[in-house]
Design a protein around this ligand. Structure first.
Ligand SMILES: Cc1cc2nc3c(=O)[nH]c(=O)nc-3n(C[C@H](O)[C@H](O)[C@H](O)COP(=O)(O)OP(=O)(O)OC[C@H]3O[C@@H](n4cnc5c(N)ncnc54)[C@H](O)[C@@H]3O)c2cc1C
Length: 681
C-alpha cells in the first residue's frame, strides 16, 4: 500500500536495548500521562546480551534471555522497524527532529517527528575489515546470532560423525573464536562445554581430536579486567582444553579456516567473530570521526537542546575525567539520567550531570567457574560464578524471565544439554564464498551442487583427461560465471576450480539454478552455449577437416604485422589508426612489447556513442584481461579460446610473452576450412 505514514510524539526513543529501554521505562514514571513516549526498535524484544553465550552453550533457552518490549513498557508506543535516517530540525525549531523508519510490509517509510529525540542505537559489528569474515564468520550480537551459532555447532558434529576424510573431520571439530574480550572468552568457554558435553551422544567422535581455539591480538585475555583475572581465566580455560593463540592477528577467513597474519592456517568449519565493534551507520552523518554521537555531561548531543545520546552509540564523559565504556552497566545508568533530564527540561528545571563509576565486571568461564572484579575485590572460581549468576539474575528484567532462567539453570544440573539442531534458515544456502589464493572450490568429479558467479578475484578452472593429464584451463574474473555445464548435463563437476588470488564468488544452489533454467528458456539456451567452455576444437569445426590441420602451429596462419598501440595512446590516436589501417583490434603493449590490454572496434564505437573525450587514454576503457595463445600452440587451441571467450581475435605471443602477431576467426576459416572446401565437391 502506498502513501506516507506521518506520526508525532513528545519523546522518541531510538533503540530498544539497555539504554533505550531503561530510558523509556523511567520516562513512563516521570512524565505526566498526557505526554506521549514512543520507542522505535528493529526487534520487538529487549535482548539481555550478557547471557547470549549461555544460549550458544544450550544452558539457556533463547526466549529466556529476551523480553518483549510490550511487556516491559506498558505505556510507551512501540514501533518495530528499521531506522534509515535521522533528520534534525533547524536549531531554532520547537521540535528535535524526525526519524525515518522502514517497516516490513509497508512500501512508504514511516516518519515520526518528536519534540525530544533520544538516540540509543548501540553499535554494530563490522566484519568487513577482515577479508572473508562476512562470508564465513558468525557473530554474537543478537539472540538470532546465538541460535545460529548453536545450530551450526550441532550441525558440524552431525557432519563430522559421518565423514571418512580425517582432515575434514578434524576441521569440522575445530571451532575458532576471534577475539579474547568478554564475549569472545565467554563464547569459547560455552562452545567448549557444549561440544564436550555432547560427545557421549556421538560415540564415533568420542576419541576424535577436537578443539576450541581463541585467537586474540593481545597477550592478555579479558583486557576489560585486570591482568591477574585475565591470567586466571587463561589458566582455567587452557587447562580445560581451550587453545589460545595470543598476540596473533587474523588476516582472513575462508572456507578452509582462519588465516593468521603469521601465515598459519587454522583449518576449521566454524568461525565466530567477536571483534570489530563499529559505530552505527545511521549515525554517520551526525557523528564524530569515530562514528559516535558526541554528548555533553548532561547527555545532550550535537549541541542541541532536545537531542540526547546514550549507550554504546555515544561518546559520553563519565563525570570522572574519562569516557564511558561501552557496557550495559553504563548504558542503563545513562538511560536513567537522560529520562531525568528530559523530564527536567519539560518542567523547566535544571539538568543533572551524568557521573558513574564502574561497579565491577564479571566474566563466566563455564563449569561453575568465573572471574569477577568488584571494586577492589578480585574473586575467582565457584564464588565468582555464583556471584555472576546472582547479579545477572537480579538485573534480568521481569519476574517471569528470572524464573525461567532459574529453572533452566536448575534443570541443567540434572539433565544433559539440549542437542536439538533447529534452524529456520534454508539449509545449504550460502550466498557468498571467500577463497584465499590456492584454495579449492571444488574438484573434478565432485557432485554439482551450485552455480557460481565471480564477484572479485580470479578463479582458474582446470580439466584433466582420464589419465590425469591437464587438457584445458581457463581463468575467470569478476562478472564471469561457471559451474553451469555440470548442473545442466553431467551432474558431477567436469573441472577443478581453484582461486588464483583472494577471491569471492556468489553461489547459487542447484535448486535455485534449476528453478530458473527450467522456467526461463532463454537463460537456459544462453547457459547451454557458455557451458561448452572446454569443448575441443574438433567438435566445433566440420568433421571433414583433417585432424592434422588443427595441429598446425598458430604462427602458420597468424597475421605477423600486428598494429599495436601504447597504453598512453588516446582515443583520437586509436581512431586514426582504425580509419587509416582498417584494423579491427589493437593490442596495447609496453616498452618490451608485452601485452597489457586490447582495444577493439566495438570498444571504440562504444566510446564514441558515450561521447568520451577524444583525448582520453584508451587504457581507461580497453580490455585488460586478455587471453593470448603461444605462437607454437596448435590452431585448435586458438579456436578453443575464441569459442570460450566469444571473441574474434586472439593475440599471439612468443616464448618471452612478447606480442608477435594476431590470429582472427577469419584467418582460421580462410586457412583451415577453405583449403578443404576446394577439395570438396
Ligand atoms: C555477547 C555479549 C556479551 C556482553 N556481556 C556484557 C557484560 O557481561 N557486561 C556488560 O556490562 N556489558 C556486556 N556486553 C555489552 C552490552 O551488552 C552493551 O554495552 C549494551 O548492550 C549497550 O546498550 P545499548 O542500549 O547502547 O545498545 P544495545 O543494547 O545494543 O541496543 C541497541 C538497540 O538499538 C536497536 N537498533 C539498532 N539499529 C537499529 C535501527 N537501524 N533501527 C531500529 N532499531 C535499531 C537494536 O535493535 C537494539 O534494540 C555484552 C555484549 C555482547 C554482545
Amino acid at each position: 500500500m502506498n502513501g506516507t505514514h506521518e506520526r508525532q510524539t513528545d519523546v522518541l526513543v531510538l533503540g530498544g536495548g539497555f539504554a533505550g529501554t531503561r530510558c523509556a521505562a523511567r520516562l513512563e514514571k516521570l512524565l505526566p500521562k498526557d505526554r506521549q513516549i514512543t520507542l522505535l526498535s528493529s526487534e520487538n524484544y529487549f535482548v539481555f546480551q550478557p547471557l547470549l553465550p549461555e544460549v550458544v552453550g544450550a544452558a539457556l533457552a533463547p526466549t529466556h534471555v529476551v523480553c518483549p518490549l510490550r511487556h516491559l513498557l506498558r505505556r510507551t508506543h512501540i514501533v518495530r522497524g528499521d531506522i534509515t535516517a535521522i533528520e534534525l530540525a533547524p536549531q531554532d525549531a520547537a521540535f528535535a527532529g524526525t526519524a525515518v523508519l522502514a517497516v516490513e510490509g509497508l512500501d512508504a517509510p514511516v516518519r515520526i517527528r518528536a519534540d525530544h529525540l533520544v538516540v540509543a542505537l548501540g553499535s554494530v559489528v563490522d566484519v568487513t575489515r577482515i577479508p572473508g569474515m562476512t562470508e564465513h564468520a558468525l557473530q554474537m550480537k543478537d539472540v538470532a546470532d546465538a541460535l545460529t551459532l548453536r545450530h551450526t555447532i550441532l550441525t558440524r558434529l552431525e557432519r563430522a560423525a559421518v565423514v571418512d576424510d580425517e582432515a575434514e573431520q578434524k576441521a569440522l571439530l575445530t571451532f575458532v573464536v576471534v577475539g579474547g574480550g568478554f564475549s569472545g572468552v565467554e563464547t569459547a568457554a560455552e562452545i567448549h562445554d557444549l561440544v564436550h558435553g555432547a560427545m557421549k551422544f556421538y560415540p564415533t567422535l568420542r576419541d576424535r581430536p577436537r578443539k576450541v581455539v581463541c585467537v586474540h591480538s593481545h597477550q592478555q585475555i579479558l583486557p576489560e579486567l585486570d591482568e591477574r583475572l585475565g591470567a586466571h581465566a587463561l589458566k582455567v580455560l587452557s587447562k580445560r582444553g581451550v587453545e589460545f593463540r595470543l598476540g596473533e592477528r587474523t588476516r582472513a577467513a575462508s572456507r578452509e579456516g582462519v588465516h593468521l597474519q603469521s601465515g598459519a592456517l587454522i583449518p576449521c568449519r566454524t568461525i565466530v567473530c567477536t571483534v570489530g565493534n563499529a559505530p552505527h551507520p545511521v549515525l554517520a552523518p551526525l557523528a564524530d570521526d569515530k562514528g559516535r554521537l558526541v554528548a555533553d555531561g548532561n547527555l545532550r548531543a550535537l549541541g542541541r537542546e532536545r537531542v540526547w545520546a546514550i549507550g554504546d552509540c555515544a561518546r559520553i564523559p563519565d563525570g570522572r575525567g574519562g569516557i564511558s565504556p561501552p557496557t550495559a552497566q553504563f548504558a542503563t545508568r545513562q538511560g536513567d539520567v537522560a529520562a531525568d533530564n528530559i523530564a527536567a527540561a519539560l518542567a523547566g528545571r535544571a539538568l543533572k550531570e551524568f557521573r558513574h563509576k564502574s561497579q565491577g565486571q564479571l566474566a563466566t568461564l563455564g563449569h561453575q567457574n568465573a572471574v569477577a572484579a568488584l571494586g577492589r575485590l578480585r574473586v575467582t572460581g565457584f564464588l565468582a560464578w555464583w556471584m555472576w549468576r546472582t547479579i545477572y539474575l537480579a538485573k534480568l528484567p521481569r519476574f517471569d524471565r528470572k524464573l525461567r532462567v532459574v529453572l533452566d539453570w536448575t534443570l541443567n544440573l540434572f539433565f544433559p544439554r539440549e542437542l536439538t539442531a533447529m534452524s529456520t534458515a534454508t539449509h545449504g544456502d550460502q550466498p557468498t564464498i571467500h577463497l584465499e589464493a590456492g584454495e579449492k572450490l571444488f574438484d573434478q568429479g565432485d557432485p554439482s551442487t551450485a552455480f557460481y558467479l565471480v564477484h572479485s578475484g580470479q578463479i582458474e578452472l582446470t580439466r584433466c583427461d582420464k589419465d590425469g593429464k591437464v587438457c584445458g584451463t581457463d581463468r575467470l574474473g569478476p562478472g564471469e560465471h561457471f559451474g553451469e555445464g555440470s548442473l545442466l548435463r553431467s551432474k558431477v563437476r567436469t573441472t577443478t576450480a581453484v582461486a588464483v588470488e583472494p577471491s569471492t564468488v556468489l553461489s547459487f544452489p542447484a535448486r535455485q539454478f534449476r528453478a530458473l533454467t527450467d522456467n526461463f528458456k532463454g537463460l537456459r539456451s544462453l547457459l547451454e552455449a557458455t557451458s561448452r567452455r572446454f569443448s575441443p576444437a574438433d567438435s566445433i569445426v566440420p568433421a571433414w577437416v583433417p585432424a592434422e590441420r588443427l595441429q598446425m602451429p598458430v604462427s602458420s596462419l597468424m597475421t605477423p604485422d600486428v598494429v599495436t598501440l601504447r597504453p598512453d595512446a588516446t582515443l583520437r590516436d586509436a581512431l586514426t589508426s582504425f580509419l587509416g589501417r582498417g584494423v579491427n583490434s589493437f593490442p596495447l603493449t609496453d616498452d618490451d612489447f608485452r601485452l597489457v590490454g586490447i582495444v577493439t572496434s566495438t570498444d571504440l564505437f562504444g566510446a564514441l556513442r558515450r561521447d568520451v573525450d577524444l583525448e582520453q587514454r584508451i587504457f581507461t576503457f580497453c580490455t585488460t584481461r586478455v587471453q593470448c595463445v603461444s605462437h607454437d600452440a596448435p590452431v585448435a587451441r586458438a579456436i578453443e579460446i575464441m569459442r570460450r571467450r566469444d571473441v574474434k581475435h586472439v593475440v599471439v605471443t612468443d616464448a618471452n610473452e612478447r606480442v608477435v602477431g594476431i590470429v582472427s576467426i577469419k584467418d582460421v576459416l580462410a586457412k583451415v576450412l577453405t583449403i578443404d572446401l576446394a577439395a570438396r565437391r
